[in-house]
Design a protein. Sequence first.
Length: 353
Amino acid sequence: MKDKGPIKITRVKDSRLPHTDLSDIKFGTIFTDHMFVADFRDGKWQAPEIVPYGPMPMEPAAKVFHYGQAVFEGMKAYKDEHGDVFLFRPEMNLQRINRSAWRLAMPPIPEAYFMEGLKALVDIDRDWIPSEYGASLYLRPVYFAIDNEIAASASGSYRFIIIASPAKSYYTGEVKVKIEERFSRACNGGVGFAKAAGNYAAQFLATERAKKEGYKQIIWTDSKTHEFVEEAGTMNLFFRIGDTLITAPTSDRILHGVTRDSIIRLARYHKMPVEVRRLTVDEVMDAARADQLKEIFGSGTAATVLPIKGIGYREEYYELNPPENSYANLLKQMLMDIQYNRVPDPFGWRVKV
């Protein structure tokens, strides 16, 4: 580790892996034996460590509890059929967490801490990575304020940790979404582009209301007019109208998704027509009524590529019957084959651990 020497590693005495059933995993509920921890105090980063996963003592006055100064990332490690392990575009996650940190007045995480911390944690817990195609090790870097002070100001001390969780499918069953018009996820000048913890807490009410109507997710619209579709609660969105794939441009309100960027680049590489532009609710619904809305799918680290079965808007519901040449299925297969080292990687996205 640059400037601080190697990462200090304290291993568990007895692994929990032999007593863990990786064939029956509920997303985000099982964690590996270790975690990475590094603190920022007195204006500098302290020596990083990998320690046994477990509770951390926190005082009730820690600023993260009171003012929500916390950002995080979502990423995965993949194991190929030979047992080799790869990260996928981790430099984009580093860039995004530091973009998020900047917006919340937090000091940037050094590249060495992020990259070497990830690699060391994945390496020490590589046996936790399920070996079957489609499964992975979900990685959650999270960065938060730890000053013990309740004054409403930015913290002077922070903790950066990385935890890991073996993962299978994030969503099961058919996914239907509802276009949201009352509540807003983000606004211009806000923190919608950041993976700030509070962004997700603010979406839960609207999502829970939609679930009572039979939907699994909502589609957020712009906060000013509710005229334009933007993204789903946990995913960027793509709409296939005719043979053209359309997705909203990133902005103050829309997350710079790593999977989103990868899908756009893959689609263009394979000569699929792609438009990155604002898309109105009316255009989506008019296309649906004219039977020109061929597909909707979400993209994100947890879900990868998720086809949407149906879309609700006000009192109207439209169910999609994807064509045989589904863009969602084709792009998901292309992406996963790169992630799992099944095909050459023309983009240089894989990082071997």
